[in-house]
Design a protein around this ligand. Structure first.
Ligand SMILES: Nc1ncnc2c1ncn2[C@@H]1O[C@H](COP(=O)(O)OP(=O)(O)OP(=O)(O)O)[C@@H](O)[C@H]1O
Ligand SMILES: [Mg+2]
Length: 259
């Protein structure tokens, strides 16, 4: 479904992602691990189109999307967690989710027919979107904040809203870059439950960058390891975690991570 071939980006003389070739099958969750600065986020940026590749290709459903602009990749089903800058801070949480649903429907060529003459149908569509938005907010445990302005949410709830928007878009590929970063201990399980949910209920491809090895061990079907921009290990979680390259990388990383 999603594949990169020799995907590479150079910043000046620095090769941040170095000829990474990897295929991600539907129905699997692949964790991408590696020390700080290994190139994990940059790899995501290349896949989602936030950065242009210096070399190599990105394929989605067998089609070369390497030079497609990011929004067109989203339309093809690549779902990168939203950045807060992509939210409408002055709209409510529910309205933000409703807009993501509406964008999805517009991308599919249904609904969103504001120019149409069937006003009743438009009203029905809009009501259906609002109901769906409310259901998604319940799923991410934000139902109680539906009427709050997006900008007023505390950090942990903003991260949940990012996941809600991604669910609303209903992509084929879900990309999460440290989804629990900065969350309090009691909020982390909510996000992990959501990812677990996505994994069990849908035939989607999930890519997860995560530093917490207990999370990775529990959720991942497969782990790939990036180190200095290169793919240095790829396989079953237990085998990869036990491999010398990961032990070494993570011993190194443990020293940099706050306790
Ligand atoms: N836009 C950019 N311009 C120049 N260098 C960049 C740019 N983006 C990333 N880099 C460099 O590429 C390397 C990989 O960075 P990246 O953010 O992908 O690492 P990471 O694996 O996500 O690390 P972390 O675990 O800390 O999030 C780093 O050396 C970083 O400084
Ligand atoms: Mg990163």
């Amino acid at each position: 479904m999603l594949e990169t071939r020799d995907l590479t980006i150079r910043f000046g003389g620095h090769v941040a992602v170095d000829h990474v070739s990897c295929a991600f099958a539907p129905g699997t969750l692949t964790a991408i691990v590696g020390p700080n600065g290994a190139g994990k986020t940059t790899y995501f940026n290349l896949i989602s189109g936030q950065l242009p590749a210096s070399e190599g290709t990105v394929l989605l459903d067998g089609q070369d999307i390497t030079t497609l602009a990011a929004p067109l990749r989203t339309r093809r089903g690549l779902g990168r967690a939203f950045q807060l800058t992509q939210l409408f801070p002055n709209l409510t949480v529910r309205e933000n989710v409703r807009l993501a649903i509406q964008a999805r429907e517009a991308g599919r060529g249904q609904g969103g027919g504001w120019g149409g003459v069937d006003l009743f149908q438009i009203w029905l569509d809009r009501q259906a979107w609002i109901d769906e938005a409310q259901a998604i907010l319940a799923q991410v445990r934000l139902a109680g904040q539906a009427d709050a302005h997006a900008s007023a949410l505390p950090h942990g709830d903003q991260r949940k809203l990012e996941v809600a928007l991604l669910i609303a878009l209903d992509p084929k590929v879900f990309m999460f870059d440290e989804p629990t970063a900065g969350m309090s201990v009691d909020e982390v399980p909510v996000i992990l439950d959501l990812i677990r949910d996505l994994k069990s209920r849908r035939d989607c491809t999930i890519l997860l960058v995560e530093h917490k090895m207990d999370v990775v061990r529990e959720l991942a079907d497969r782990i790939i390891v990036l180190h200095n921009g290169q793919l240095v290990a790829d396989g079953e979680p237990a085998a990869v975690i036990a491999s010398p390259v990961v032990q070494q990388a993570y011993l190194g990383m443990a020293a940099e991570e706050p306790a």
